[in-house]
Design a protein around this ligand. Structure first.
Ligand code: HEM
Length: 344
């Protein structure tokens, strides 16, 4: 099917608005986004919702947008802060004073090049594919131990899906294992802040959680400086690019990001993956009979029911998407879950 772009603004379709409202705001949409994605795929691939955001649903379009350096993160611009303040019913001064504790500005997730390039370069010196590969035998052993403990009816999300990655990232960073239980709800509240439907209450809970983790990790950085070890936090402290190194703030926010990213996503990949295999016993049997399929099975499960269902960027300058014009500051949502089920 092909769609003609007969105007400069992406089409606005009340039906698409309704589908997106269902997707983001209802329990039903959260539980079964895929039936909404298939309805979205019957529509043109680019929309503008009535609030002004643009939405993409096709694989190639999402991929191209996420790689396009005319688009990036603009959380810190006055326009976006004002918008966020308004949506949370706060003044911009109130928002700024609350946000300054959250250290978002020194986190890779919210930066653009060249700041992003610099930070990522330093972090990559400490966190290398080799570091991760070296962990493989230990992670395999840990997985076996957790599986050996299982018997009868178990909550697999608790016993494996959360415990395994939370243990691995804690050990990697050198965060004591007993902090896992304390950090778990804090990470949940902090990552909730990435949701487009964030409420005022969730915002303040997220900020409080962020502050608590930041305070703990700041103290950990001070302690670790006194006695460096073989862990990732020590390596981040030691990472150098010429005379450049991570500042205290960057160390804390990077440790925070790695800790949270280390298990929020992977826990849900294990959970969603197991669920998908149990719902598709033929696929499970195929995998059991040929374990060499495992690497492609992981990729496929990541596509089939990804823990990250959408991402987005803002136009850093006036630009265009699929032939439509986009204004500087305009947000483009890439619905990754839909892109991963693109029928074209
Ligand atoms: C199933 C597992 C995972 C998924 C689906 C996933 C997904 C993502 C996505 C979609 C982004 C990009 C966000 C954006 O557009 O800005 C991202 C960024 C990032 N993730 Fe993950 N992630 C996973 C596991 C992890 C793990 C285990 C770690 C670390 C231990 C990690 C660390 C990071 C970091 C540091 C970034 C920022 C990278 C940058 O801005 O250059 N992620 N992840």
């Amino acid at each position: 099917m092909s769609f003609e772009n007969d105007s400069l603004t992406p089409p606005i379709d009340p039906e698409v608005d309704g589908l997106l409202a269902n997707l983001f705001m209802t329990e039903e949409g959260r539980n079964d986004p895929y039936s909404i994605y298939s309805k979205l795929h019957e529509k043109p691939p680019c929309h503008q919702v009535s609030l002004g955001m643009i939405v993409l649903t096709r694989f190639e379009d999402c991929q191209r947008l996420l790689r396009d350096n005319r688009f990036g993160k603009d959380d810190d611009t006055e326009g976006r802060r004002r918008q966020r303040a308004e949506s949370l019913d706060l003044s911009i001064e109130e928002l700024d004073s609350v946000m300054k504790f959250f250290e978002r500005r020194t986190t890779m997730l919210f930066l653009n090049p060249p700041d992003h390039t610099r930070l990522r370069g330093l972090v990559s010196r400490a966190f290398t594919p080799k570091t991760v590969e070296k962990l493989r035998p230990h992670v395999e052993r840990l997985t076996d131990e957790l599986l050996d403990e299982l018997s009868g009816r178990v909550d697999i999300m608790e016993a494996l899906a959360w415990r395994l990655p939370a243990t691995v990232i804690s050990e990697m960073l050198g965060v004591p294992l007993e902090m896992r239980e304390i950090f778990r709800p804090l990470v949940r509240s902090a990552t909730q802040m990435l949701e487009p439907t964030l409420t005022k209450e969730e915002f303040f809970t997220g900020i409080a959680a962020g502050k608590e983790m930041t305070t703990y990790l700041s103290e950990l950085v001070v302690e670790r400086r006194k006695s460096l070890g073989d862990d990732l936090l020590s390596k981040l402290i030691e990472a150098r690019d010429g005379n450049d190194s991570l500042t205290e703030e960057e160390l804390v926010s990077t440790a925070f990001l790695l800790y949270a990213a280390g298990f929020e996503t992977t826990t849900n990949l294990i959970g969603n993956g197991l669920y998908a295999l149990l719902k598709n016993p033929d696929q499970l049997a195929k995998l059991r009979s040929d374990p060499t399929l495992m690497p492609s099975a992981v990729d496929e499960l990541l596509r089939f029911d990804s823990p990250v269902q959408f991402d987005g960027r803002s136009a850093l300058q006036d630009a265009d998407v699929l032939g439509y014009s986009v204004k500087e500051g305009q947000v483009v949502f890439t619905i990754l879950g839909a892109a991963n089920h693109d029928p074209t």
